[in-house]
Ligand binder design. Sequence first.
Ligand code: PMV
Length: 319
Amino acid sequence: MKKTARAHTNIALIKYWGKADAKLRLPLMSSLSMTLDAFYTDTSIEESENMEFYLNDKKQDEVATKRVFKYIDTLQHKFGVSGNLTIHSTNHVPTAAGLASSSSAFAALAGAFTRFYDLNVDNQELSRLARIGSGSASRSIFGGFAIWQKGHDDESSYAYALDEHPNMDLYLLAVELNSHKKKISSTMGMKDAQSSPFFESWLKRNDFELSEMIDAIKNNNFTKLGEIAELNASEMHAINLTAQPGFTYFEPDTIHAIKLVEDLRKRGIECYYTIDAGPNIKILTQLRNIKEIKKIFESEFNNVNIIKASFGPGISYLD
Ligand code: PMV
């Protein structure tokens, strides 16, 4: 029988950027995210003759299926179940444009898998299973604000909800400046970033920045939330630039967009940026400023695509 799960993507306000264990995807730091309502993945699993994976209704070739089949194989071994499966995923996320579609993809896949085999797992365990597929997916099991505690092994590294239904005036504008597939995978980027002389400092700051972010959320303090998120993202990109050899996800338009956010702020339109493993920026702001920010970005960039998002829900099951 076919089983379908839906998971939303999340944006990290405190980033995960470094692995302690690549196979289990244990992180070197804890992270905190906002689950987004506008972007999600639906994944269904059913029995079939052969293993097949369809993404947005297109059958995927060997290269594209490798990571998904390896992941299914790992889970089947873990739970002592077997069989060939047809997996259909529909991504309501601009794929690989810096919006971490892997977070919703592996959360939905883990959810559909556990439903298909009727495995009795709670959301904490589901978060651990999603984590093995993609680190950021561990947080997409939960809505609102989620924290992925780094832990020290497979058992202790999972995400939990900090607040599933936040009552905060907070919006994210995903500004799609460049829709090219990212050139450096997050796995490669995280590995290379560890050669930065600032990597240790980045790790040392994690506890402090995480607790400041939790304070900002608890006190409904948008300014503090934006300032820490922007600093945390800049630190992540600074360690990429200072890795040996250095690299960056930034494109000229990324810098242009950063400057525009700074200019807007100077003019009293409060907004902050955060950037993941790609050239696009995401703006954090509040309801009253959305119209003006959109207008200014649309007049500065040709064909820019701006999508508004707010808090999204945790994992759900469609059949
Ligand atoms: O789990 P991955 O491979 O999607 O890596 C996520 C990396 C960042 O998006 C840059 C940060 C994060 O915590 O989501």
